[in-house]
Structures are given as C-alpha cells and as structure tokens.
Design a protein around this ligand. Structure first.
Ligand code: NAD
Length: 498
C-alpha cells in the first residue's frame, strides 16, 4: 500500500506543519490498517498563526462586494459537482458511511454553495422612516470579523460548508478546526474554495484534537465569534469559555430524536422511515431516530416487522455499493454502544436484535456494530434518555397522540421529531406541541434541506440556527445608520421631551 499523504495546516494560503512537528494518523473506520492521511497535531501556537492570518485577510476581504464574494461560492459549487464522486469516496474511506450517503454529504455542500451564492445579492437590511424631517434611517448587515469554527466528524463536508459559506458571503474570515477523525474532507472543501479564487488567509485550517487545537481557538482574543457543532458535553465547555469573553457562540449539539407512529399511520411508510432514520449513517446523525414511540394498538406488528428489517441490513465497508450500513467511527464509539446495551438490559429493556460488536470475517478490520433494537423500553430509562450515537433503537409504547407527545418531550434534548399519522388534526397538534427545532410529518427524523433553519432547543442548542437565513443572522451584526440632510442640529425625540 502506498504511504499515506501528509497534510499541514492551511495558514495564510500555505500548507505548513504544526510548529511542534507533531502529527496524527487518520484511519479508516472500516479498515484500520488503511491510513487515509497524516495530519498536523496543532496547539495554541498554530492556532495563533492561523488567527493572525485570518485577521490580516479580513482587512481586504470585508471590502470585496458581497456579490463578488458570492461568485467564488458559486464557482466552488460547480467544482464540487465535478469532484463529487472522488470526494464521496474519500469521505467513505475516512468516515465510514456508505457511498450513497457521502455523495449526499458532498451534495449538501453544493446546495449550500449555491444557496449562499444567491445571498450575495440579498443580505437584506431595512430602511425605515425617521421620526425627524430630512433624516434617513436604515440598518445594514456588517461582518463580524474572524470566526472560529469547530466541527464534528459525522458530516465531514456538509457541516463545514454550513459554517464557512454563510460566513464568507457575509465578509468574515475563518479558522476551522475539523474533527480529528475526519480532517480530509475539510481540506477537499477548502481546496475547492481556493481553486475558485478565494484569496489567501480568508479560510485557514488547523487540525488536531479538541483541548489542544479547539480550546485555544475559542479563547483567542482576535476570534470574534465561535460556531461549534458537537456533543452537548463539549458544547457546554465551549459556550462557557466564549461567554467569558462575550463572544457570540452558536452551539449545535446532541439529540435523542423521536419518531411517533400512531395507530392510523401507514405502517409500511413508517417502517421505511424508522429503518432509515435509525440505521442510516450507522445511527451517527444528530437527527438519528433513536426512539420510536408507537401506539400500543400497532406496537406488536411494528416491532416484529422492524426487527425483521434490521436483521437483514447488510453491514460492511461503505465503499462496496451493496452495503447498507457502514462502521462506527472509532473504537470508543463501539465501547459506548456496547456500554449502553448493558445499561438497557440492566434496566429491564428487552434486547430484540443485535447488541453486539461485529468482529469476524469481513468485519474483522474495522469498528462494526450490529443494528440493535430494544423493546419494553420505558420513557425514563437511560437508553431512552441519553444519546448513544450508534445504531441502537428503542421502541416505546404509547396510548394515543397526547401520550406520545408527552413521552417525546420528556427528555433533555430537542432537535428532530417525526409523526406518522393520516389524521391532519393530530399532525398539527404535534407540530405545535413537540419541543424540537425540527418536526417532520410522515417522513423520518433525518433529511434536512439547507435553506431551512437547522438546530434545536433545550440541551441541543443555544438559540442560533445553521442553514436558512438564521446563518446570516449569526455571521453578521446589525449597524443602524442615520443620515441627517437638514443641515442643522436636529435632536432626536428623546432629547426634545417637553
Ligand atoms: P465532540 O463534542 O466530541 O467533538 C466535536 C468537536 O469539538 C471536535 O472537533 C473536537 O475535536 C472538538 N473539541 C473537543 N473538545 C474540545 C474542547 N475542550 N474545546 C474545543 N473543542 C473541542 O463531538 P463529535 O463526537 O465530533 O460529534 C458527535 C456529536 O455531535 C453528537 O453529540 C451529535 O449529536 C453532535 N452533532 C450535532 C449536530 C447538530 O447540528 N445539532 C450535527 C452533527 C453532530
């Protein structure tokens, strides 16, 4: 096997090794003997150099007209279209999910590029009447400055694109730290930006581990905003550090997403949705279906059928076209899934399918876990409350729509929810009452579109949104502008009080 390529950090348009000289290997989770690349293991000195490069580039990038910045994004989208298959294959190799899903991940970056390119000719502000004669009033969006971005590994290109593209069209410069498990896809994305004409230093990449390379980015005084996606545990640390310096901080975190199946649902449709929602990306999506809350009148049939479906899923290396579920990201995630199986059994849940790591034959080289289903799950059990982030589904019985909504809301997270029913009244009640940033009706909990707001409530997020115009709100700050053309001192009404 050819020796793996070494990647330096991208700082000011140049690829440079970590100042310490340290590196780490990026291993394929389907075959850990396959070294995808060797990357810089960075620390605060590298972060400082990257932030300084971004601060320098900001002086000129912020003055490039937004429609021109947008043209670079559009060209990036076109380049991604051409390289889609190659980047999808590299992503499957570094992250594990099956090819059809990594093609989708690249597609999401393409969609975001085109969508945000369109924003270059909008970025609307407001004009509004002044309370005084001969005075004009408006508000305009201003860039924030240098933005620090910290990404997870499960959407290695899509999530960086959600952060970078809106930030860039708004006139910001960026330092991004990809997840240590999936740095390559960020390089592919940023290389396309550079090929499309992005000036040096506008986007910088610093690779490495959270405490060494992520924390200094959050704390750097020249970083004006932080966008973080990852676990709620790390998000809490990031948010607290950012708050210490009054930095705007967008936190997109974990989920424990519920699909509700009522007794009038199209069960075939709900089954398709549950299999895809629970086992797509091997259960490693923030929006993965990890709880099915099914009406007791159809629970036995639904449970028997989903167990049969899960048994038949083909688990293996995602580079093979007939494989339906790839590996877990790393050994640690196998340990987490295994631990939760024990927790669930100790609590009295019934293991109906899977529950074990797969380590024989074709599975012997990677981190594979069987699609797993628990029955007899009670809403308050840990398996129904905590994020596993593996292919582990809990089936919980309910009695009607109100009971289902109560169970769905009885957790600390609030990202995605789904309701399967043919009753429009029940659907609208669920849309109103489910505590979540996203609700699907007759569709699974996964499958967001880039032009709608993405994010959650409760422990999932702190009120910001990626996607849609919410992203523009995060990457800009409002400036109110008053222009007095009266040629005399006009005091505002508040200063003229009688
Ligand atoms: P993680 O929290 O372990 O890591 C996320 C990123 O934070 C990585 O780049 C990591 O290196 C970095 N990091 C770790 N410690 C840090 C520290 N002290 N300071 C700064 N950065 C630090 O999460 P993960 O395992 O990469 O991703 C899985 C999690 O992400 C799940 O909880 C999932 O639900 C969540 N997620 C959420 C969304 C969303 O939009 N809500 C999307 C995808 C994933």
């Amino acid at each position: 096997m050819a020796s793996a390529k070494t990647y330096g950090n991208l700082i000011g348009g140049k690829f440079v090794p970590a100042k310490s000289g340290k590196t780490f290997e990026n291993l394929s989770p389907a075959d850990t003997s396959d070294v995808v690349g060797v990357f810089a293991s960075s620390d605060d000195a590298d972060v400082d150099a990257a932030v300084k490069a971004a601060a320098k580039a900001y002086e000129t990038w912020r003055l490039v007209p937004a429609p021109k910045r947008a043209e670079i994004l559009y060209r990036t989208g076109e380049l991604l279209v051409k390289r889609k298959e190659e980047f999808a294959r590299d992503m499957t190799r570094e992250m594990g999910k099956v090819l059809s899903e990594t093609r989708g991940d690249v597609q999401e970056a393409i969609d975001t590029a085109y969508y945000m390119a369109g924003e270059g000719r909008r970025l609307f502000g407001q004009t509004t009447p002044s309370e005084l004669q001969n005075k004009f009033a408006m508000s305009v969006r201003m860039p924030v400055g240098v933005c620090g971005m910290i990404a997870p590994w499960n959407f290695p290109m899509a999530i960086p694109s959600w952060k970078l593209f809106p930030a860039l069209v708004c006139g910001n410069t960026c330092v991004i730290k990809p997840a240590e498990d999936t740095p390559l896809s960020t390089f592919h994305l940023v290389e396309m930006l550079m090929e499309a004409g992005l000036p040096d230093g506008v986007v910088n990449i610093v690779t490495g581990f959270g405490p060494e390379a992520g924390a200094p980015l959050v704390e750097h005084p020249k970083v004006r905003a932080i966008s973080f996606t990852g676990s709620s545990e790390v998000g809490r640390i990031v948010g607290q550090k950012a708050a210490g310096n009054f930095k705007p901080c967008s936190l997109e975190m974990g989920g424990k997403n519920a699909m509700i199946v009522l007794d009038d649902a199209n069960l075939d449709l709900a089954l398709d949705g549950a299999v895809w929602g629970a086992f797509g990306t091997s259960g490693q999506r923030c929006t993965a279906t990890s709880r099915v809350i099914v009406d007791k009148r159809v629970a036995a049939e639904f449970t028997a059928r989903i167990v049969e479906r899960a048994k038949k899923l083909r688990v293996g290396n995602g580079l093979e076209e007939n494989i339906e579920m790839g590996p877990q990201i790393n050994k640690q995630q196998i340990e987490t899934s295994t631990r939760y199986v024990k927790v669930a059994q100790d609590e009295g849940a019934a293991l109906l399918q899977g529950g074990v790591a797969l380590a024989e034959g074709v599975h012997s080289k990677g981190h594979f876990f069987a699609p797993t289903i628990f029955g007899k799950v009670q809403a308050k059990m840990r398996i129904a409350q905590e994020e596993v982030f593996g292919p582990v589904l809990s089936v919980i019985e309910c009695d009607g729509v109100e009971d289902a909504i109560r169970i769905a809301n009885g957790i600390e997270y609030g990202l995605s929810t789904a309701l399967y029913s043919r009753d429009v009244n029940k659907a609208f009640r669920a849309i109103r009452d489910l505590e979540a940033g996203i609700t699907y009706v007759n569709a699974p909990t996964i499958g967001a579109e880039v032009h709608l707001p993405f994010g959650g409530v409760k422990q999932t997020g702190n009120g910001h949104r990626e996607g849609g115009t919410g992203a523009l709100d995060f990457y800009t700050t409002w400036k109110s502008v008053y222009i007095d053309y009266s040629d005399k001192l006009q005091r505002a009404q508040i200063d003229n009080a009688k």
